[in-house]
Design a protein around this ligand. Structure first.
Ligand SMILES: Nc1nc2c(c(=O)[nH]1)N[C@H]1C(S)=C(S)[C@@H](COP(=O)(O)O)O[C@H]1N2
Ligand SMILES: [Mo]
Length: 495
């Protein structure tokens, strides 16, 4: 009996068994939770990015983008595999002295308890713990069966196969089942009303979009996403609530049904991230189904002693900004005629006209009214991203055809609006007006611009600059995104 167990361990070292258990636990947890915060890696990743120095988080978001989140997810995955493997290794050691099942079950229970601790979900404990028991016991089960049957097959080889087969099966099952769970919409939310004016406005936006090949329409085809966590929360509309708290006459809590019962309207609103590069793509427009925030503040009774609000979210995100700005804000629960997608804050998010994206808090849970200023999530990391957006004209289309060049992009100045876009094809010596898309209704919407010119047959520099609704030209001086948003004129060299 002892001899086969010793041989089994030589064939597949205990560390190998333990690592296999680690992989299986991660996979099992993914199988039950999918890409939700019940997946053990998710809260670990979230904790890691929370603990990371601001400069690292900033670099990850501004330079690496989604690659940064994948790296962070990978780090968290390795960490979880490592922790489970350590527990499993202890289980293997116990199994050498006690009945093998004791070691396996013991390790499984500890892993399950840890999973429960980080995710707060019993199902996650089961999903992570069970594979550990199966993988660890597979070593002994297979070994023992083979030994009992008295075959001549090397029992060590057989048990190693059993372990790897069990881990592999969990891996495949986990990825397959888990990825099917991926729920893009906001849980059980009823879709946003298919109102006649929603369809009419969407049609209007597509009609008014300039007919330039490769230019994103006025309502974005794909809307950028910026999240502090690699895995977004999935908040059920039925269990969602949003409370107005803090220094108010009475705290008021709203359910999703309360929200839906209020008078709403479809509104075009553009969002732009303070952390994007000057000619970046973290700027997009949608038609949102919105309700105004002001009546909710009136209901709670918000006195003059207050300065600001801390908006909080289900993913642990929080941003603070002036109360006067909150009075102009909306809560959105629909996007382009559909229920608000999970990625954009389902079931409800803030929209703050004209301000940088970061205070447009997704998965909104609380508006805490404050008498004193405090820092929000990004301000704690050195950003100044709660104010109004900078004026920008982007150059995303540069199309050279026979003898001529077409340049085009979007221009945005928040609630100031865009009145004019100019293009220079000689590095800024002379300027000409670009064509602008007709203004869409709404107080915070971008416009498209386009310009076609004859190719001068030499290398030249195209520069573009925008004027806001007050006629103010955007500053030429180039500034990095950090800390208060990029600025400057976009230029490209054409050969
Ligand atoms: N709860 C929550 N809200 C959030 C964020 C977040 O990470 N969590 N990111 C903010 C940032 S930095 C931006 S630019 C916008 C982006 O909104 P989008 O992902 O819908 O484009 O959401 C803001 N709201
Ligand atoms: Mo942002």
């Amino acid at each position: 009996m002892d001899s086969y167990r010793t041989r089994a361990r030589t064939a597949l070292p205990a560390v190998g068994v333990a690592l296999a258990a680690g992989v299986a636990a991660v996979a099992g947890s993914y199988a039950v939770a999918g890409s939700t915060t019940g997946y053990v890696v998710a809260p670990v990743e979230s904790g890691l990015s929370r603990a990371m120095p601001g400069a690292v988080v900033t670099f990850a978001i501004t330079v690496l983008g989604s690659l940064g989140q994948q790296l962070s997810l990978l780090t968290a995955t390795l960490l979880v595999v490592g922790v489970v493997a350590s527990v499993a290794l202890a289980g293997v050691v116990v199994a050498r002295r006690a009945p093998p099942l004791v070691g396996a079950v013991g390790a499984g229970v500890v892993v399950g308890a840890l999973a429960l601790l980080v995710t707060g979900e019993p199902l996650a404990a089961l999903g992570a713990g069970t594979p550990v028991v199966v993988v660890l016991d597979a070593v002994d089960l297979f070994g023992r069966r083979v030994a009992d049957a008295g075959t001549r097959v090397d029992p060590g080889r057989r048990s190693a196969l059993g372990t790897l087969a069990a881990a592999f099966a969990f891996g495949v099952l986990g990825i397959d089942v888990g990825s099917r769970l991926g729920d893009e919409s906001g849980g059980a939310a009823a879709p946003a009303p298919q109102r006649a004016d929603t369809q009419r406005l969407l049609a209007q936006a597509s009609e008014q979009s300039l007919d330039v090949e490769g230019l994103e329409p006025l309502v974005s085809d794909s809307f950028y996403q910026v999240d502090i966590n690699a895995v977004d929360p999935s908040v059920d509309a039925d269990s969602w609530s949003m409370a107005v708290t803090g220094n108010v006459d009475r705290e008021v809590t709203y359910s999703y049904d309360d929200l839906r019962a209020m008078e709403s309207r479809p509104e075009f609103v553009t969002l732009r991230c303070v952390g994007e590069s000057l000619n970046g793509k973290k700027m997009d427009t949608a038609l949102w189904e919105t309700v105004p925030v002001a009546p909710l503040l009136d209901e709670a009774g918000v006195g003059d002693a207050n300065c600001c609000v801390m908006a909080r979210a289900a993913d642990g995100f929080y941003e603070e900004f002036p109360l006067s700005v909150l009075r102009t804000a909306r809560i959105a629960y629909g996007m382009n005629g559909e229920a608000l997608p999970r990625a954009h804050g389902a079931p409800a998010r803030l929209l703050v006209p004209g301000h940088w994206g970061e205070i447009n808090v997704k998965w909104l849970t609380e508006l805490e009214i404050l008498t004193e200023e405090v820092d929000g999530y990004w301000e704690e990391r050195g950003w100044h991203g709660t104010g109004p957006v900078n004026t920008v004209a982007k150059l995303h289309v540069l199309d050279q055809r026979e003898g001529s060049v077409v340049v085009a992009g979007h221009a945005y100045a928040g609630t100031r609006g865009i009145s004019r876009v100019e293009v220079s094809t000689d590095g800024g010596e002379t300027w000409t007006d670009a064509e602008l898309s007709e203004e869409l209704p709404g107080e915070d919407v971008w416009r498209q611009w386009a310009y076609e010119y004859d190719h001068p047959d030499t290398e030249h520099e195209v520069v573009v600059r925008a004027y806001d609704g007050d006629g103010t030209r955007q500053p030429q001086e180039e500034r990095e995104a950090f800390p208060s948003g990029p600025s400057g004129w976009v230029s490209r060299t054409v050969s």
